[in-house]
Design a protein around this ligand. Sequence first.
Ligand SMILES: [Zn+2]
Length: 311
Amino acid sequence: MSDLTIETAPYLLGKFYSQFPQLDLEPIYKEGRPSPRDTRCVSCAKPIAAGAIMHTTDFLGDSFGDAAFLKPFSAQRGCLCTDCKIAIAFFPSTMQFSYAALGSDPEGTGKLVSYKVFGIDDYMAAVYNPLPAPFVLARKERKKQHMIWKARVNHHDVREEDLLFFTSGDTSLCAHPQRVLEVACKEQELLTQAAEIHSVGAKKKVRLLKEIVRLSAMKANLCAPTLVFNDYRALAYGIQDEALLSRLDEFCEVVRSFSSGDKHLFAHLRFLGTLKKTTDFKALIGSLKPREVDMQAIIYGKPPVEPGVGD
Ligand SMILES: [Zn+2]
């Protein structure tokens, strides 16, 4: 079998770690043993030739949520390549790097860099400051963690194509970050227009319409948000302008056509707006700065601090 280089998340993580020789990966390497036969890694499908180093999955108990995933070829558990073993079993992988953005250095050094994706600020900062390809973005959900090894790699220019693959928990999603940002801004623009074109007396009513898509419904599950639209035709809001009503209809159609990933981003963006008390989403996004993963803390054992903002 040929040695195919598959730029999976575990491969990128392994490459990232190799930039820090102080990291103690030795124990993991030592656990490897020669494969008795030609096979493939159960995680990334990389070929493992007879005699090449492979890792068993014995370290994963039967309570491991993905037991079926470990047996893609037969009733027996398969094995892992070294990169996947490191991504699944090495302590920093299951902690700091289970929620991180990892990609090429924007400075063009050829190295890999990593941003933290702890809280919602970090998450949106990483989404709106995508690293050059190959780039992977994973965030944890309450019930599904330590999943970076499952994350799909963006091999394209995320910014240029406005298309982002990311992993939330163990779900892979695709989203259009710029489009979602435009839609969030459009919602505010329509609300402002609604107030502006109505007479002084009617403005009061119109101002009752504070949002078109209800954040309260999305907030119940930010990761798989439910879209509930306010009934802007209701008499209580007093909107009578037909042109505006059809613009509102068009807006709702666009939101309804969102992919799951777009809905996910939209809900997070709107929620972040509430946390930061702003509806100027472009300024908000501009104010978010990605934070690099603190490798010194990881290497020298300072415990990670999670601000725990948002979810
Ligand atoms: Zn693998």
